[in-house]
Design a protein around this ligand. Structure first.
Ligand code: BG6
Length: 301
């Protein structure tokens, strides 16, 4: 394990490369980007937001979608990949949408290559970033790359007396052949909040969800795996959720896509977000001294 302290330049970060496995490069906006290579796959992670922007298995199309129009700048959210949503989900007046974690540069704590061939990177949300929210929380993010992508966001409540409430979400953008070719399973029979229909509470009656208009739904009390079936790619992406009781399904469709300055007009056809977390009435309430880990494992078949 390699530990990094006060690394501020690319040269400092370079010391933490692992030959043939972990490399530091300048990414978009000249921001530091970590490239990971394993025997099965490649991945990319920015320190900005500890944001995974790429995961691709050898011989397969990318699993994560990245917008061609994404901005790469401190204080701005990257559009695509896996934004970390914390400590709130959605808009909050006067504060960044979806919390500050995705617009903050995280500390890179270390990396390791295991004998089984997997590579693990560890990140820490700087205390200064969340001191105003709660000085007594410790937030880490661990990414393990192998033939699957495992991401684990852990929040510890360091307070000896106070509970800690927060929302979290790994807001994953999946790359698909075409939105018309895709079905999502695993949510049938559950209750969701339909954000594009005035937050009406509905029951999911479809065995397989198809998207043909703007879709923005928060599925509640859903902890089982969700699968994205892409008939043109003959690929099934599996989203395994551990300690996640909410699932958000989002596609901006035509009008919303045009309104987004960091998203190309036609890109809604190439992506769907299936987001695993704990939001709204499923938010986390941590007792003093306790910690909670949100874990998501992405695999394909
Ligand atoms: C989804 C929300 O999780 O994220 C949507 O449910 C929102 O309402 C979308 O539009 C994108 O949010 P942002 O802040 O990245 O533009």
């Amino acid at each position: 394990m390699i530990f990094m302290k006060d690394a501020t330049t690319l040269e400092d970060l370079r010391k933490h490369e692992i030959p043939e496995r972990v490399t530091i490069v300048k990414g978009g906006g000249d921001l530091p980007k970590i490239k990971v290579k394993t025997d099965w796959s490649v991945a990319e992670i920015y320190l900005l937001g500890a944001h995974v922007t790429g995961f691709q298995k050898n011989g397969e199309p990318p699993i994560l979608f990245m917008s061609q129009a994404s901005q790469f700048a401190l204080g701005k959210a990257i559009r695509g990949g896996v934004p970390i949503i914390f400590p709130w989900f959605g808009a909050r007046e006067g504060f960044p949408s979806h919390g500050f974690a995705r617009v903050t540069e995280w500390e890179w704590e270390g990396s390791s290559a295991a004998p089984d061939g997997s590579v693990t990177l560890r990140f820490h949300l700087p205390t200064a970033a969340h001191a105003a929210n709660s000085p007594s929380e410790n937030v880490t993010f661990v990414v393990t790359v192998s033939d699957q992508l495992t991401m684990e966001l852990t929040v510890a409540n360091l307070s000896p007396t106070e509970n800690l409430n927060f929302e979290n979400c790994l807001h994953t953008y999946f790359a698909i052949s075409d939105i018309a070719e895709v079905e999502i399973t695993g949510l049938s029979g559950t209750t969701y909040i339909d954000k594009v229909d005035n937050f009406t509470v509905k029951q999911e009656s479809a065995a397989a969800i198809r998207i043909s208009s703007e879709t923005d739904r928060v599925y509640l009390d859903t902890s089982g795996p969700v699968e994205i079936h892409d008939s043109r790619l003959h690929r099934k992406i599996r989203v395994e959720k551990i300690s996640s009781t909410s699932t958000v399904v989002w596609n901006p469709w035509v009008t919303k896509a045009k309104e987004m300055s960091d998203f190309d007009d036609d890109e809604y056809k190439q992506m769907v977000c299936v987001e695993a977390g704990n939001v709204g009435q499923n938010k986390v309430n941590l007792a003093p001294g306790k910690s909670a880990s949100l874990k998501v494992i992405l695999s394909t078949a």
